[in-house]
Design a protein around this ligand. Structure first.
Ligand code: SF4
Length: 60
C-alpha cells in the first residue's frame, strides 16, 4: 500500500522547526468553499497508510 511519503500533499517538517520529529510531516490540501480557496494542514507521518485523497508525487 502507498504511504503519505509518496503523496504530493505530504511536506516533511524541516529539522530546524520546533515540532520536527523523524518522519513527521504535514498533509496540505487545497479546499474550496463559497468564499474561495484555502489550504488545510494536518499532521501526518511519512509511513502512514495513504488515504482516499492520495495523489502520487511526480518527484519520486
Ligand atoms: S493523508 Fe492522504 S492526502 Fe494527506 S499526505 Fe497522506 S495520502 Fe496524501
Amino acid at each position: 500500500m502507498a504511504t503519505c511519503a509518496e503523496c504530493s500533499f505530504f511536506f516533511q517538517i524541516p529539522e530546524n522547526y520546533s515540532d520536527h520529529e523523524p518522519g513527521k510531516g504535514d498533509c496540505v490540501t487545497e479546499k474550496k468553499d463559497e468564499k474561495g480557496k484555502y489550504w488545510l494542514s494536518k499532521p501526518t507521518f511519512a509511513d502512514s497508510a495513504s488515504c482516499a485523497k492520495f495523489n502520487k508525487s511526480v518527484n519520486l
